[in-house]
Design a binder for this molecule. Structure first.
Ligand code: F6R
Length: 598
């Protein structure tokens, strides 16, 4: 339970444990925070055991309730399994198992793994062999951990694209998705490689590949203290979350399109394709960073679908008698799914007859519950108050939605969609490259630490990125920062430019030359007035380089997708500047993570 408590940051909508005692499984699971499970265990005295598994859940498939909580147990009661990740082909497996007579208790993708394991165990495999056979049938990203009531002193786990570490103890061993879970027992760790299975007993650790070949493993010592461990060795959750973005974006894209270039959005169930074809206007409502993600979405959706799209701050929406009717599609974006302004806006839209699609990071939150359909971002818990991976995954989900609308409304051929989804699939690697260059941005934050005014400029999708860059700086560094559409500057704001004032400029990639040329003119305008220009431009853009005091290179990506990359250095800059200034980055003054009042 202590281990689970420290894992709660990864998910806290339900929790459960399964232990093996006297050849039987004892299972307890409960919706809600871990405290609910603890209360349940106070009432129910489980037998003593030193072999068990546990889980805290961040729901992806199936609402967060007692039944969908992990562990999931096979119908014969012999095997229990917990799972992180998404089993992408679970519906085929579920149908196949159903035809063979399996009955499912939950709505989760995980339960298929319990049934498959039981089937393999009945076929004379041991637990390790059964796990190997099962992972061969699964697609997607997963960490699975299982116990078999008939296998005393054993826990078996498998890893593909999801973390799994082994804690090497003295007469005891552990597996977990984060060292944090067992750090009070041991700091000696073995990290499993991709596609490996491990069996632990109190005295042995056996690691093999999915193909059964013994795997070489290396032990290392973790030197974190418990509080650093919670943040994965980072000083702030925010910084950790910035660095989690390649995975968060990849997870959000995972399983949402097939090899033929077709978007497959299972969660759109409440809105039919016919409904989407009838739509004559799209209205996006959201707050803060989510609103800026909506501004980016407008460019993509209108370009791909040719349907008029408005974006509005949720707190303004319902108070101005907006024109919304049954042919309006309302798209709402919210990391928490609980923002009151956003909730009220969608209630208003629904009363006017509009269908509502939510883009949300929190399974089962109020906004997705009150929407007709939902696209979940799979960012995992966002703890830092300033949104980072929440924002980037919102962008990814908006692109998916735009492409889906284009597909359903026949505005794009599947090969055109495939080109864009292929490019999208490559963005996590490019985001990683931005992160690998963090030191350059940090150095800039140190150099500019004595400045009190910052300007951010962008055009097209670079404009919302400029606004987001300024918001991050205000929120956590408490510095005066403003974002402008670069072309608007000469209509007034340019008057505030003073010698030495840092001006960040986001330059569109080559290929949109007219747009890029105009931004270059804007750089010259501010430079002529003495501004210190920090230019984010595409790698190798020699022309831009000559106008920049400082350069931050962005890998090549097409214009519409550039915000996935250009936002990253601005997040890093704000995080580092706030750190240098000695502020509490994760809990900035006056702010709360989830704003549940209007
Ligand atoms: C900015 C930030 C806020 C949120 C806004 C909406 O860093 O965190 O501006 O983006 O409060 O919150 P959600 O997305 O939870 O509706």
């Amino acid at each position: 339970m202590a281990g689970l408590r420290r894992m709660e940051y990864r998910g806290y909508d339900s929790a459960g444990i399964a232990i093996v005692a006297a050849g039987r499984l004892a299972v307890a699971k409960k919706a809600g925070k871990l405290a609910n499970l603890e209360a349940e265990l106070d009432d129910r005295h489980l037998p003593t055991s030193h072999q068990g598994i546990g889980h805290t859940r961040w729901a992806t498939h199936g609402a967060p309730n007692d039944t969908n909580a992990h562990p999931h147990v096979s119908a014969d009661g012999r095997v229990a399994v917990v799972h992180n990740g998404i089993i992408e082909n679970y519906s085929q497996l579920r149908a196949e198992l159903g035809e063979a007579g399996a009955e499912f208790m939950s709505e989760t993708d995980t339960e298929v793994a319990a049934h498959l394991l039981a089937r393999e165990l009945a076929g004379n495999h041991d637990l390790l062999g059964a796990m190997r056979a099962v992972v061969g049938r699964l697609q997607g990203a997963f960490t699975l951990v299982a116990v078999d009531a008939e296998a005393t002193d054993q826990v078996v786990a498998a890893r593909r694209n999801s973390p799994l570490v082994v804690g090497v103890g003295d007469g005891e061993n552990f597996v977990a998705s984060d060292v944090l879970a067992f750090i009070e027992h041991t700091r000696e760790v073995v990290e499993l490689g991709q596609d490996q299975v491990v069996r632990i007993s109190p005295s042995e650790i056996t690691v093999v590949g999915f193909d059964g070949q013994p795997a070489e493993v290396q032990r290392y010592q973790v030197d974190w203290d418990t509080s650093a461990a919670e943040k994965g060795g980072f000083d702030w959750f925010m910084r950790k979350e910035i660095f989690e973005q390649p995975k968060a974006v990849a997870d959000t894209l995972l399983g949402r399109y097939n090899d033929h270039g077709e978007l497959v959005l299972d969660e759109m169930r409440g809105i039919s394709q016919e409904d989407l074809r009838r739509v004559n206007k799209i209205v996006i409502v959201a707050c803060g960073s989510a609103y800026y993600a909506g501004m980016v979405a407008k460019y993509a959706i209108e370009h791909w679908t040719r349907v008029p799209c408005e974006v509005e701050v949720a707190s303004e929406f319902r108070y101005r008698d907006p024109i919304v009717d049954p042919q309006t599609l309302c798209v709402t974006i919210s990391q928490s799914g609980e923002t009151a302004d956003t909730l009220m806006a969608i209630r208003h839209a629904r009363i006017q007859g509009a269908k509502v699609i939510a883009i949300c990071n929190t399974n089962g939150a109020t906004i997705p519950r009150e929407s007709d359909a939902v696209i979940y971002t799979h960012a995992g818990p966002e703890i830092g108050v300033a949104s980072t991976k929440g924002f980037l995954t919102q962008l990814a989900a908006c692109y998916l939605l735009g492409l889906y609308l284009a597909q359903v409304r026949g505005m794009k051929y599947s090969d055109e969609i495939r080109l864009i989804t292929t490019e999208l699939a490559g963005t996590p690697e490019l985001i990683q490259r931005m992160l690998d260059d963090a030191d350059r941005v940090y150095q800039l934050a140190h150099e500019l630490a004595d400045q009190n005014d910052f300007i951010f400029l962008g055009r097209h999708v670079g404009f919302p990125v400029a606004l987001e860059g300024a918001l991050k700086l205000k929120e956590i560094a408490y510095q005066h920062a403003e974002g402008f559409a670069a072309g608007e500057l000469k209509h007034g704001p340019i008057a505030i430019i003073e010698p030495g004032m840092p001006v960040f400029v986001i330059v569109p990639p080559a290929g949109r030359d007219q747009l890029r040329d105009k931004v270059i003119s804007n750089i010259q305008e501010v430079r002529a007035r003495g501004a210190r220009t920090i230019v984010l431009a595409e790698e190798g853009d020699a022309q831009v380089a000559s106008y920049a005091d400082e350069l931050i290179w962005l890998p090549h990506v097409s214009t519409l997708l550039q915000p996935l990359l250009s936002s990253v250095p601005l997040q890093l800059f704000a995080c580092e500047l706030a750190t240098v200034l000695g502020h509490d980055v994760d809990q900035p003054r006056n702010l709360a993570k989830s704003v549940t009042v209007e």
